[in-house]
Ligand binder design. Sequence first.
Ligand SMILES: Cc1cc2nc3c(=O)[nH]c(=O)nc-3n(C[C@H](O)[C@H](O)[C@H](O)COP(=O)(O)OP(=O)(O)OC[C@H]3O[C@@H](n4cnc5c(N)ncnc54)[C@H](O)[C@@H]3O)c2cc1C
Length: 475
Amino acid sequence: MTTSPAQVPAPNDFPGGRPRVVIIGSGFGGLFAARALRKAPVDVTLIGKTAQHLFQPLLYQVATGILSEGEIAPATREILRGQKNARVILGEVTEIDVAARTVSSEILGRKTVHPYDELIVAAGAGQSYFGNDQFAEFAPGMKSIDDALELRGRIFGAFELAEIAHDQAEIDRLLTFVVVGAGPTGVEMAGQIAELARRTLRRDFRNINPTGARVILLDAAPAVLPSFGKKLGDRARRQLNEIGVDVQLGAMVTGVDADGLEVKDTDGTVRRIQAATKIWAAGVQASELGRMLGEQTGAEVDRAGRISVEPDLTLPEHPEIHVVGDMMALSKLPGVAQVAIQGGRYAAEAIQRRVTGKKPQDPFHYSDKGSMATISRFSAVADIGPFKFSGFIAWVLWLVVHLMYIVGFKSRVTTVLHWMVSFLGRGRSERVATQQQVYGRLALEQLGPNWEVSKTGGPKNTDPGDEDITQRESA
Ligand SMILES: Cc1cc2nc3c(=O)[nH]c(=O)nc-3n(C[C@H](O)[C@H](O)[C@H](O)COP(=O)(O)OP(=O)(O)OC[C@H]3O[C@@H](n4cnc5c(N)ncnc54)[C@H](O)[C@@H]3O)c2cc1C
């Protein structure tokens, strides 16, 4: 279905007061857009499915016990505390009505409707299992704090179970870790599991030898870190091999179960790997909201769920809807933090100009600041413009850049301390894993979606149908 083109209200055309900007998502795109609007004469409502701003690039360090979840996920409310024109709403956006210009969000059965004059959609992407969603039960992805904590429990738990196992085949299965996907996330994850086994846990067990743990990095593609080019990809592969990671390329995962994986090699051979811990770091699928917007506006949505945007990051004939970050498709831009940050700032500037009557900006131009991936402590690869680094220099660069983008002074200080513990010493300060973290996701899935609402009492004395907590009419 398509809608008739919406009119963008003129600067003095907002009957309810200042223009209302609704932002969906508290990730890189959403948060940086909200902050860029701090001086704009608008009221900003940022709606997030989680109460935090998550720094996804360091999730693997939470999963492997280096950092705590708080360090990479400060509360969005706290970050925007001093920004008087912004408020934060916790809730999952379930509906966008383009014609009525409203966004509905829900949390534990409570529904809220938010009218907007300008909408920034930055809901990011989730894991894609390429049509094999059943793999998720045994091979969690790496997209959220929940994922990272579940993986932490599974990784450390596998060593514990191996310590009390008697059968050598079972010990081998428990001490085999398979990471699927040789992009930056997979490479970093595999490197850190190898370091955990060989450095941190080396002396912690009596019956098993953790240094003998097998870490396998699998990918159907023929290269490691393909987006970094052949030279850096080959170096990364060599560095992974040096720390004991078994890199298997041209290997497509065709089955995953509790005990291991089935893999098909390029020559057609099908083989099995017995492994208790499987981690899925391959493929992304943009938020469902992209498809919802596509159906209402006629904008094209690609196979990965990304919605095509105009050169100014708005939807065709809907200049009031801006889509940024991992959800947008524009000139094959990659799904990386800088695209989301720059897109969020650009959308904010477009809104600011519109409401203050200034002329529009030039089309969005992405300034590529390069890519980096760590392999292990003191070792990384970095691809910055014409420069390609690897080894210690790349690692120092990686350290500095990541520290710069961690939000909040407190988080930066504690992150540096934890890095010193893990990289200068052998320790990991965050080894706590609870049963809830390991089993919670699967248990909730079995209980079904209505369980959470019923156990938390559901909405009280509200009509969940169409509450508008802004108490203002839509412009
Ligand atoms: C493990 C991992 C490692 C990465 N490493 C790097 C790296 O080293 N360098 C790099 O540049 N990039 C990296 N990336 C990619 C980078 O994190 C993303 O490109 C970036 O986060 C995209 O920003 P975004 O704002 O589009 O989405 P996100 O940052 O994912 O934010 C989306 C937000 O929307 C919220 N949301 C989703 N659906 C809804 C809904 N229905 N209602 C309300 N809120 C919703 C989410 O809770 C989240 O707050 C990595 C990603 C992952 C997963």
